[in-house]
Design a binder for this molecule. Structure first.
Ligand SMILES: [Zn+2]
Length: 199
């Protein structure tokens, strides 16, 4: 694993992979709400969000499992594959040394529009191959990685899920160093995550 100090010293490019936290939530999820309080000359806001708002990590608790083995920083070697090439990518026998696999779907181009939530990915046929990669996390640039069974299979095998990523188009076919810092709230089903790729 590359040393973060060296990465920063070498002036590598940092790509922000997180969307803004805003009033754009999955149908049925809690709304985004900011209430501003003024106290003497200070302003302090109450912020109310759902745990799966914007770019976020799904923890095992999301599907009824316990979070005991969860790490609170997702860090490691990343690789990004286009969903159209996922089958071909997984058929290679020599994939190793990937901690975080990101799947580019292009659905992120619809972020902020209603159609965004109507589109999704189907990775059911690839689950066994994905599990054999030995990855720690998988991410997509759309609202969901799949149905309950897909979530449960990944999370019960120690793979965290990151959803609503952005800017994956610039990473397709590339290796990078991934850092994802979830809000430090323990024992929760999911939390917003600030994710970056260092190239
Ligand atoms: Zn989620």
């Amino acid at each position: 694993m590359k040393c973060i100090k060296n990465l920063l010293k070498n002036k590598n490019v940092i790509i922000d992979l997180s969307n803004e936290i805003m009033d754009f939530v999955y149908p049925g999820d809690p709304n985004f709400y900011v209430n501003i309080f003024k106290f003497e000359n200070f302003m302090v806001s109450e912020i109310r969000i759902g745990s799966h708002i914007s770019t976020h990590v799904d923890y095992p608790k999301h599907v009824g499992l316990d979070n005991d083995s969860v790490v609170d920083i997702v860090v490691g070697n990343g690789f990004c594959v286009n969903i159209d090439n996922l089958e071909e990518f997984l058929s290679k026998k020599d994939i190793k040394n990937i901690d975080v696999l990101l799947i580019y779907t292009s659905i992120s181009s619809l972020w902020g529009k209603e159609e965004y939530f109507e589109r999704g990915v189907d990775i059911k046929d690839y689950l066994n191959d994905l599990l054999s990669l030995g990855i720690k996390a998988i991410g997509v640039d759309c609202a969901s990685i799949g149905d309950y069974d897909v979530h449960r299979t990944l999370l019960s095998n120690g793979i965290l899920i990151i959803e609503n990523l952005t800017n994956l188009d610039v990473l397709v076919g590339k290796s990078f160093f991934f850092i994802g810092l979830p809000l430090k709230i323990k024992n929760i089903d999911g939390v917003p995550i600030r994710a970056v790729a260092i190239l």
